[in-house]
Design a protein around this ligand. Structure first.
Ligand code: HEM
Length: 440
């Protein structure tokens, strides 16, 4: 919180000397003593888990880059033979990086769902939310470019489909495509560009994460009740209470991560990507990674290429607009039962879109060089399910959220954030004893 007074006292002469020149220890100490709402549940540990994922991706990515060949002729071999077989523990570093991307997205989706459910995006945390949306957008772009780097069949054709789609943007579309391609087709220069940007963007993400956390520390954390912190007794110092909770959650997360890396390393990969890129042979079924499938379904649900791009951009755009679309005075869905029901249907619609994105379109695939126009759709049940789900996705943000915010009668909201903790059977004894003691 901006009004959180510093409690740091430099202990030694060196600390005093440094503190008056670069108060970096004070900064760290203030982060640790930051007053944090006492009722944060495990959904609030995903921020820490995400920071852990970002570090894993950057560290493993830097090591992979040491052994990666950025040329179209050498990329596939350098990954599949060099890194996977010749480099000591290369299989482990690659397994951590490739599965780490999926873990990162799993964590970010849970982090976003938490934000949506508890209304964390509402005033005064709009900038925090907007920065989160920027991070998410950068993550999508980074992951897409990373997927291209092994230069297998799926890498090549995913790059082809998506760059072709960008070509539909009026006026600048062709220029963007040519710039990304580094020529007039997806080829070695494209791979070089993607590698360069894939290396750069995680550091941009890290910088935006720093802003995200700064923006968090100005109003302070929200909490599951949505009731703002009113007095010191509503909070606990971040350390040791939440450092321990975050570390525990990160440890559990690491176990799941390890199961994938050691027992299911290819579970999220595509068999086609074990075959080197071949511009003359279109794979039967071009699909992105699981975390981009809902967007892919939205793109394919729209029969027109340009409108597809508009829908895709809109699907992200509505997230940015959310703080201003939600008209309700009540923050948390705990006290908004009707909105909560619509929210659960929205989650189901996203899952349905994800499923649709992974299905083969029931149509013909014409072999040639033209990206998505290769696929000649029949209108089938998958297409209809994606259309209905996509419509609900947009209606939820553009109609249900603003209208329900004005019309729904919420349940009574507690006066203080620890009232529900005290009335909870498990929380009563400890909470009842702790609350009055810490009142300040
Ligand atoms: C690399 C990705 C990210 C990192 C490292 C990160 C980190 C964090 C951390 C450490 C917190 C505080 C702890 C917590 O509430 O979990 C936080 C809170 C928050 N984040 Fe993120 N975040 C990331 C991505 C996102 C994205 C994509 C969004 C939304 C689109 C988002 C929205 C929020 C919001 C609204 C809060 C405040 C929650 C509250 O106080 O109720 N974050 N983030």
């Amino acid at each position: 919180m901006s009004d959180h007074p510093s409690t740091y006292k430099p202990g030694t002469a060196i600390e005093r000397w440094l503190d008056s020149r670069l108060p970096i220890i004070r900064f760290g100490a203030d982060l640790m003593s930051f007053p944090t709402p006492r009722n944060l549940n495990y959904w609030y540990t995903f921020g820490g888990i995400l920071a852990f994922c970002l570090v894993v991706q950057i560290v493993t990515g830097i090591v992979l880059a040491m052994h990666y060949d950025t040329s179209g002729a050498g990329a596939f071999i350098s990954v599949n033979r060099g890194i996977m077989r010749d480099v000591n523990y290369g299989w482990l570093i690659r397994g951590l990086h490739a599965n780490g991307a999926s873990m990162f997205f799993l964590a970010v989706y849970l982090h976003i769902l938490r934000g949506l459910y508890y209304g964390s995006y509402k005033a005064p945390r709009e900038v925090l939310w907007l920065l989160g949306c920027v991070i998410y957008f950068l993550m999508v772009v980074t992951a897409f470019m990373g997927y291209v780097l092994p230069w297998g069949q799926m890498s090549f054709w995913a790059a082809k489909v998506i760059t072709n789609v960008l070509g539909a943007i009026p006026v600048v579309g062709d220029t963007i495509t040519t710039l990304l391609w580094g020529g007039y087709a997806v080829d070695s220069p494209t791979l070089n560009r993607f590698f360069s940007l894939h290396y750069l963007l995680p550091f941009v993400i890290a910088a935006v994460v720093a802003l995200h956390i700064w923006a968090l520390h100005v109003p302070g954390n929200a909490n599951p009740t949505g009731v703002e912190v009113k007095s010191k007794s509503d909070t606990l110092p971040f350390h040791p209470f939440y450092t321990v909770k975050d570390l525990f959650a990160i440890s559990v997360f690491m176990i799941m991560f390890a199961v994938f890396v050691f027992y299911l390393p290819e579970a999220m990969g595509k068999v086609d990507n074990s075959v080197a890129a071949n511009p003359l042979q279109t794979p039967a079924h071009i699909v992105p990674e699981w975390y981009l499938l809902p967007f892919y379904a939205i793109l394919r649900a729209v029969p027109d290429k340009l409108l597809g791009v508009v829908a895709l951009a809109g699907a992200l755009g509505v997230l940015f607009a959310l703080p201003w679309l939600d008209t309700s005075k009540v923050r948390s869905m705990r006290y908004r039962p009707t909105y909560r029901t619509f929210f659960f249907f929205w989650v189901v619609a996203c899952a349905a879109l994800g499923w649709c994105g992974g299905q083969e379109p029931d149509g013909q695939i014409i072999h040639g060089f033209e990206g998505p126009v290769l696929i000649d759709y029949d209108i089938n049940s998958v297409t209809w399910l994606s259309r209905i789900s996509a419509l609900y996705y947009f209606a939820y943000f553009l109609v249900i959220t603003p209208v329900l915010g004005l019309t729904e009668t919420p349940l009574p909201v507690p006066d203080s954030l620890y009232t529900p903790v005290l009335s909870h059977p498990a929380g009563a004894p400890a909470g009842a004893a702790a609350a009055p003691e810490t009142k300040g």
